[in-house]
Design a protein. Structure first.
Length: 410
């Protein structure tokens, strides 16, 4: 098996098991060896999001960021103004000077340090109408977040605060990032997606400075939706960080930026997404911070039909009953549905190569793919059921509890 085929198979395996940290790190290592450090860094960041204390992932993050750093400028050696001092015999002074010149300068600790990369700030044209199905999620967003933002005077009359943030939570691969981008489109705001690699840094204190500059840039670009993906990796419970002072300080900085008396966040709408809301520090859930939560469940039937149609749109298709596949894919995430379409396409491609003529995708190909793939949401719901049973004392997971009671087979 060639290296490229092996890498493609491993990437497919990662899509099917996104929470498999060792597999992600193995793929990241292979991508780095093949000269794809940016792709490797993305998988390394995803691994850290799922296991923030993973030593192998932290070491790989340091290697990748060092490898991707621009080379230092060529040293400038001015002409000596004084007679050169007498040098020791037998010592290679030229080699020593070259070695000293090659030592990288430390990261600056003052306000002149370079700002985080902000080229990814965009003006999304996506609206909630572009999100297939999920009517209940849209209604919750409208009531808890969008409506008050669009009608500030009316919200003020009813004592509805416009401060604070919104937390989207649910199983992985169910479209939380897409919904956040649609919220920005509804508000006509800029969209700034922040990942764990944009914040965490190997140098002491730099992670906190990165967060401060991210919020400063969002305030400058207001109105702006500031979206933190995998929030549990940045804002995890400080009681779990007894041996990680740098991570505790990062959480403290996030708390300060979201609810600071010295900073005005007017026009900055903070959204977060997480698969594990129960791991987020309780201080981040106080009023003025992420004080509202919306459960994003696996796509319902209309949403599954829209997702399947999207992933089949550029592929040769014949005699496909989407209604049939929709019925077979209950509890599948959006990522699972994309994997179903890819697997079915591979099946049709193999048949076409064997026969020497094009075989379009059929319902039979999609049904065979569904039989091969198990919904990735199962393990998440198993964990969520325990949380609902033993940690829902204040009712914050009542929506999730109602869904689990309705779907007892999960």
């Amino acid at each position: 098996m060639s290296d490229d085929v092996l890498l493609t198979s491993l990437l497919t395996a990662v899509d099917a098991a996104p929470d498999d940290v060792p597999l992600r790190l193995h793929v990241a290592g292979l991508l780095a060896e093949r000269g794809r450090p940016a792709d490797a860094l993305q998988h390394c960041s995803q691994a850290l999001a799922r296991d923030p204390g993973n030593a192998e992932a932290l070491a790989m993050l340091q290697r990748l960021t060092t490898a991707m750093a621009p080379p230092p400028p060529a040293p400038h050696h001015p002409e000596p103004q004084h007679p050169e001092p007498q040098r020791l015999q037998g010592f290679d002074w030229t080699q020593a000077e070259d070695e000293v010149a090659g030592i990288a300068e430390p990261v600056p600790a003052d306000d002149d340090a370079p700002s985080p990369v902000v080229e990814d700030i965009e003006q999304p044209g996506t609206r909630l109408a572009d999100v297939g199905g999920m009517q209940q999620v849209k209604e919750r967003l409208e009531l808890a977040f969008l409506g008050p933002m669009r009608n500030p005077q009316l919200a003020k009359a009813f004592g509805k605060s416009l401060s604070g943030g919104l937390l989207l939570y649910g199983p992985p691969g169910c479209g939380k990032t897409f919904i956040a981008r649609a919220v920005a489109g509804e508000l006509g705001a800029s969209f700034f997606a922040v990942g764990i690699s944009d914040v965490l840094d190997m140098y002491t204190g730099q992670s906190e400075r990165n967060l401060a500059r991210i919020f400063a840039e969002a305030r400058r670009r207001a109105p702006c939706v500031l979206f933190f993906d995998e929030l549990d990796a940045l804002g995890q419970k400080r009681s779990h960080l007894a041996h990680s002072t740098s991570m505790r300080n990062t959480v403290n900085q996030l708390l300060s930026e979201m609810d600071s008396v010295t900073a005005d966040n007017d026009g900055v709408f903070v959204l977060g997404a997480t698969n594990h809301p129960w791991d987020i520090d309780s201080a981040l859930r106080r009023p003025g911070r992420f004080d509202r939560m919306v459960l994003v469940l696996p796509p319902d039937a209309p949403a599954r039909a829209a997702i399947l149609h999207y992933h089949l749109r550029d592929r040769p298709v014949a005699d496909v009953s989407l209604d049939r596949i929709v019925k077979l894919t209950e509890h599948f995430s959006g990522a699972d549905l994309a994997h179903v379409c890819t697997t079915a396409a591979e099946r049709a491609l193999a048949l076409s190569m064997r026969d020497g003529r094009l075989h379009a995708l059929t319902t039979k190909d999609l049904e065979a793919a569904v039989k091969e793939i198990r919904p990735s949401t199962g393990p998440w719901f198993a964990t969520a059921r325990n949380v609902v049973a033993f940690a829902n004392t204040d009712g914050e997971y009542d929506d999730l509890s109602a869904y689990l009671r309705k779907n007892k087979k999960l």
